[in-house]
Every structure is written in structure tokens, then in C-alpha cells.
Design a protein. Structure first.
Length: 234
């Protein structure tokens, strides 16, 4: 029985990794030289279903797949990719593991989004200057000079970019989690959900709020930040 359960778990995580990779392959959002996609929402589902370690492992596999197939930013892209996805999945899965309720899921996603923003701003400050030096056409470019440039862009580029990405992924997770788990339960792949997940009125309200958040973020992204979407670019 345990072996069958483990096989189903690995199969679901593998499926979600493949779906996350497909999402990153099909399209991504872009502001300046920064890009993001919605795979973190898919990876968060793995973390909510099976815990933080499964979510982090799924994030690592997805980041490695991107590195060896579609990435054009090499090791830098892999590190930033895994930091963002891994943090989101880790915090989300960890908090929900100990508070398995509707409010626990909401708080887990809120804290996951906030934690990801903080971690990525630190990563932008510490790692991005080295990337900018590596791609600079000016041979005299230094890390300290690029770090000063990064600091100046935090309020206008890095902070809104990371906020848009994290809040958008959290909202999409809230929107897709119940339909995905319901489909998996009907297929007999995962066990029955806790009682709070069957409250359809709550789910409908959550879906509406999530959809409004998604719309608001997209409006800010396209109209305020002048972002764009690239489809089938690889």
C-alpha cells in the first residue's frame, strides 16, 4: 500500500514538473531584461499537496530542465529561477503543512509571496551585479558600479517586478488548486480532501477574488510598468 502511494506521489510530482516546464516553455512576461512565468503556481500545488520538500524538489527539477533546454542566461538564470520557485514552494508548503485549513492555505500563499519578494530583492542586490558585468559591453564595468545601478533600480524595476510575479503566482495558485486536486481525486491519484475544501461557496468567492487580483496585477504590469508577453520564443 505504501509503495503504491509513493508511486502515485512521484507520478503526480513528475506530472506537475512537466506542466511547470510546459508553462515556462510556452510564454513568459518581460520587463526590461527581467522575465518571469507562472510555473511557480504549478509548483506550489505540489508543495500544498505533498509538503515543502516535494515542492522544492519539483522547483529544482523544473529549473534544471530550463537550464539545459531553453535558458539563455546560463547559471545566473538557473540560480535566480530556483531561488524564486524554491522559496515560494518551501514557504507555501511549510506553512500549509502545519495549518491545513482554508485560512492556512491563504496565509501560506501570502507569506510565500512576501518571502519570495524579500529573497529575490536580496538576490538582485547580491547576484545581479555579477550578471550585468558578465554581459556588459564595457570592459571597465565593475561589480560595485553595477550594484549601485541595481540599487537605484530597486524601487522602479526590481520591487514591482517581484511583487507582480509573486502576487500573480499566488493568485493563480488559489484559482487552480481546487480544480487540480478535484481532478486528481476523481482519478483516484490523491486521497480525499479535508472538509473545508468542499465548501463550494467559499471556493467561488476565492475564485472571484483571485481573478480580480490577477486582472489588477496584469493591468499594472502592462499599463504602468510597460511590460510585454513573449510567446513561443524558444
Amino acid at each position: 500500500m505504501k509503495q503504491t502511494k509513493d508511486i502515485k506521489r512521484i507520478a503526480v510530482i513528475g506530472m506537475l514538473c512537466a506542466l511547470a516546464y510546459l508553462v515556462s516553455l510556452l510564454f513568459h512576461f518581460k520587463i526590461s531584461f527581467l522575465t518571469f512565468d507562472l510555473k511557480d503556481a504549478v509548483l506550489a500545488v505540489a508543495a500544498l499537496l505533498y509538503g515543502p520538500l516535494s515542492g522544492v524538489c519539483a522547483a529544482l527539477v523544473a529549473a534544471l530542465l530550463e537550464l539545459v533546454t531553453i535558458s539563455d542566461t546560463g547559471l545566473y538564470g538557473f540560480i535566480m529561477n530556483f531561488l524564486a520557485s524554491g522559496t515560494f514552494a518551501l514557504v507555501c508548503g511549510l506553512l500549509y503543512k502545519y495549518h491545513r485549513s482554508f485560512s492556512g492555505a491563504v496565509l501560506a500563499l501570502v507569506f510565500a509571496a512576501a518571502s519570495t519578494v524579500c529573497v529575490m530583492l536580496l538576490a538582485n542586490w547580491g547576484i545581479t551585479p555579477y550578471y550585468l558585468v558578465s554581459i556588459a559591453k564595457d570592459a571597465t564595468a565593475t561589480v560595485s558600479a553595477q550594484r549601485s545601478l541595481v540599487v537605484s533600480m530597486i524601487p522602479t524595476l526590481f520591487l514591482p517586478f517581484n511583487l507582480c510575479k509573486s502576487v500573480l503566482c499566488a493568485s493563480v495558485t488559489m484559482l487552480i488548486y481546487k480544480p487540480v486536486t478535484l481532478a486528481l481525486r476523481r482519478m483516484g491519484i490523491v486521497s480525499s480532501a479535508p472538509a473545508h475544501a468542499e465548501n463550494w461557496v467559499r471556493f467561488a468567492l476565492t475564485a472571484v477574488v483571485s481573478a480580480l487580483l490577477i486582472l489588477a496585477i496584469l493591468l499594472v504590469f502592462f499599463l504602468r510598468l510597460q511590460g510585454s508577453v513573449e510567446v513561443f520564443t524558444h
